[in-house]
Design a protein around this ligand. Structure first.
Ligand SMILES: Cc1cc2nc3c(=O)[nH]c(=O)nc-3n(C[C@H](O)[C@H](O)[C@H](O)COP(=O)(O)O)c2cc1C
Length: 136
């Protein structure tokens, strides 16, 4: 929708080019992982770079924002909470709180992706307070 290229693979399928995750990670002023699934959080917390997203994350020196989205029991599971705690306290990433309400499963609870406006506000607020590139 943004008309920007979306990189999903280490190799571009049409041109056969290598998508350099290290270059991408160093280029970014901010990284937002949204929606951050339970699996992606686990991979990030364990340094499991088996996809271009996590490989880029591990190469990034910019502030990283995480907006999780998952069903309520996945959200409250100790494994998810442990991974998130590590990602925030040890890795100094920024957690954008989940919302409460109806989930894709039909259950009601915590785990909704924050609204896009809230995500943008959170990041704007961060840069208004901290200036640019605080993690470098
Ligand atoms: C219809 C459908 C919806 C799903 N929704 C979520 C979700 O909202 N959050 C989540 O953590 N996993 C969800 N899952 C499970 C993920 O697909 C699975 O954990 C996957 O490994 C996520 O990998 P990814 O982060 O690379 O996309 C869903 C699966 C299906 C089939």
């Amino acid at each position: 929708m943004s008309k920007n290229e979306v990189i999903t693979q280490f190799f571009s399928t049409h041109e056969g080019l290598w998508n350099n995750h290290v270059e991408l990670g160093l280029w970014a002023d901010a990284m937002l992982v949204a929606p951050a699934t339970a699996t992606t959080l686990a991979k990030m917390a364990n340094g499991n770079a088996d996809n271009v997203l996590v490989a880029t994350y591990l190469s990034a020196r910019c502030p990283v924002f995480i907006a999780p989205a998952m069903d309520l029991d996945m959200w409250t599971h100790p494994a998810t909470q442990r991974n998130l705690h590590f990602l925030v306290t040890e890795c100094k990433n920024h957690l954008i709180p989940v919302g409460h309400g109806e989930l894709a499963s039909g259950l009601i609870g915590d785990g909704r992706l924050a609204e896009p406006e809230q995500i943008v506000d959170y990041i704007n607020q961060y840069f208004a307070t901290n200036g640019k590139l605080s993690r470098q």
